[in-house]
Design a protein around this ligand. Structure first.
Ligand code: FES
Length: 103
């Protein structure tokens, strides 16, 4: 419900199972219903990117964006841009490794 609930384990779980990218979306900074959830998400997103890079996974496969529920066109733009950017990265290499291991 709140971006503050985005757990790094969820991101790792999705990417380790072959998701090409993970997009987290929260309310604009300073507009969280729970006051500080998006600030926590912002801090976690920076840590997640560092961990991904250290694991050899392009950190651009994860992104946090801030969009209010009243910004439908912006939401579409954010998702479309993320999908396009992830397509440029190509398939998640972990999916290919997993497929090779399972052969
Ligand atoms: S309610 Fe916390 S980020 Fe939206």
């Amino acid at each position: 419900m709140c971006s503050g609930m985005i757990d790094p384990d969820l991101v790792a779980h999705a990417l380790s199972r072959g998701a090409d990218g993970v997009l987290g979306v929260g309310c604009h900074l300073g507009e969280c219903h729970y006051l500080e959830g998006n600030y926590k998400a912002n801090a976690r997103s920076k840590a997640i990117k560092i961990v991904l890079e250290n694991c050899g996974i392009d950190p651009n496969r994860f992104r946090m964006e801030w969009v209010s529920s009243a910004e439908a066109p912006r939401f579409v733009e954010v998702v479309s841009r993320f999908v396009a950017d992830v397509k440029l990265l190509g398939p998640n290499p972990l999916r290919q490794i997993k497929a090779a291991v399972n052969e």
